[in-house]
Design a protein around this ligand. Structure first.
Ligand SMILES: C[S@@+](CC[C@H](N)C(=O)[O-])C[C@H]1O[C@@H](n2cnc3c(N)ncnc32)[C@H](O)[C@@H]1O
Length: 196
């Protein structure tokens, strides 16, 4: 639905939607369940879902098209590269990162998305007052993500309920959340706000 920017190019999300408005990014949208429900209940906001795996990207893009979602764009790209090199500063009202791949083997930890350099770039892309929400079923990676985000001086933790992203009634859950909740796994959540 939107092509990844060329090397050296900074994206201009406004041009994708034709009018200004609050803009949210979901990284690793998978089949797009969360993105669809969030975009349907916030039609005044604009959304980008980034998904690397072609099969899931296509699934989510088709789903958005079927629902006629004019406030959602999907991009097939490496979110790490996109956030670090192509996202303009202070453009995001919310960054959603739910169940990022945990790469549980120690020798694969370097493949994890949430590392200090990525977190620096992500925080830079969040506007003052904007939020970063993380969720995982993997306790160890969740703790590591918390440590990395806690090191970021421009953000501070806040209760999830204060983010405007309701994990209560309106929250249908991400596909992984639904699957793992059914298996009885604990879902870990944290939310951060960029200092106004
Ligand atoms: C474990 S799944 C979670 C999917 C969804 N967020 C959920 O909670 O149901 C992780 C997803 O992130 C995608 N992904 C992993 N690394 C990525 C990257 N660097 N850029 C974009 N997508 C990525 C994977 O292809 C996969 O669909």
């Amino acid at each position: 639905m939107v092509a990844p920017p060329a090397e050296g190019e900074v994206a201009d999300p406004l041009t994708w939607f034709g009018s200004p408005g609050l803009f949210e990014l979901e990284i690793g949208s998978g089949k797009g369940g969360f993105l669809l429900s969030r975009a349907r209940s916030n039609t005044d906001r604009r959304f980008l879902g980034i998904e690397w795996a072609n099969k899931f990207y296509r699934h989510a893009a088709d789903r958005m098209a079927r629902w006629g979602m004019t406030n959602v764009r999907m991009m097939r790209a490496d979110a790490r590269d996109f956030v670090m090199h192509h996202l303009p500063p202070a453009c995001l009202s919310a960054l959603h990162l739910y169940h990022p791949d945990p790469w549980p083997k120690k020798r694969h930890h370097k493949r994890r998305l949430v590392q200090p350099d990525f977190a620096n770039a992500a925080v830079r892309a969040i506007k003052p007052g904007g939020v970063w929400l993380i969720q995982s079923d993997h306790a160890e990676y969740f703790a590591v993500m918390r440590e990395v985000l806690d090191q970021q001086v421009e953000i501070s933790e806040l209760p999830w309920e204060q983010t405007g992203v309701d994990p209560g009634e309106a929250w249908e859950g991400t596909n992984f959340e639904i699957k793992y909740t059914a298996e009885g796994r604990t879902i870990h959540r944290a939310a951060y706000v960029r200092q106004p």
